[in-house]
Design a binder for this molecule. Structure first.
Ligand code: CMP
Length: 150
């Protein structure tokens, strides 16, 4: 079992796509173990995207991510980190394959709707950055035994 952090970015909230995108993750069988709406403090966004701080788009990216409310969520499931990344598709919606979230809903590199952790170490750091320990729950759903066999 893995946990991954996703962020419905301000464009997803403003375009009222959160419900449709979240439904894809639920349909896949992933379990929501944390979720909240927030206006991200700039410092938190800067820390989250620290790895990109020398890239030319960094300042613009921080402005974008702090421009309006986002929904942060933690998803759990077998290989959740790579499963969710594959569901998102390529960073740029113009290149993302049809059938992926960005391929179906996006046309831009920056306004790409959802962020997801890219590996186990990043997932751990990002979950800690956005959630307090007691905001993440462990529970079983009635149908879980029919979603993953082991
Ligand atoms: P994300 O997966 O959240 O990780 C870094 C983000 O930076 C990315 O999604 C985009 O929103 C943004 N990004 C990546 N490349 C570019 C780019 N070339 N120009 C503008 N924004 C970008």
């Amino acid at each position: 079992m893995e946990r991954t952090l996703i962020i419905f970015k301000p464009d997803a909230v403003q375009r009222m796509l959160v419900g449709r995108i979240l439904a894809r993750f639920e349909d896949k069988g992933l379990r929501i173990v944390g979720m909240k709406l927030q206006q991200s403090p700039r410092a938190q966004v800067e820390k989250h995207y620290e790895i990109h701080k020398d890239r030319p788009f960094y300042r613009q990216l921080v402005d974008f991510m702090a421009a309006g409310p986002v929904i942060v969520a933690a998803l759990e499931g077998p290989a959740a980190i790579s499963v969710v990344r594959n569901m998102l598709g390529a960073t740029d919606g113009r290149q993302a394959a049809p059938g992926t979230i960005r391929g179906d809903f996006g046309l831009d590199k920056q306004y790409n709707l959802v962020h997801a952790s890219d590996g186990p170490e990043t997932a751990e750091l990002e979950l800690k950055l956005f959630f307090k320990p007691d905001e993440l729950l462990s529970y079983r759903r009635a149908g879980d035994q029919w979603i993953a066999s082991a």
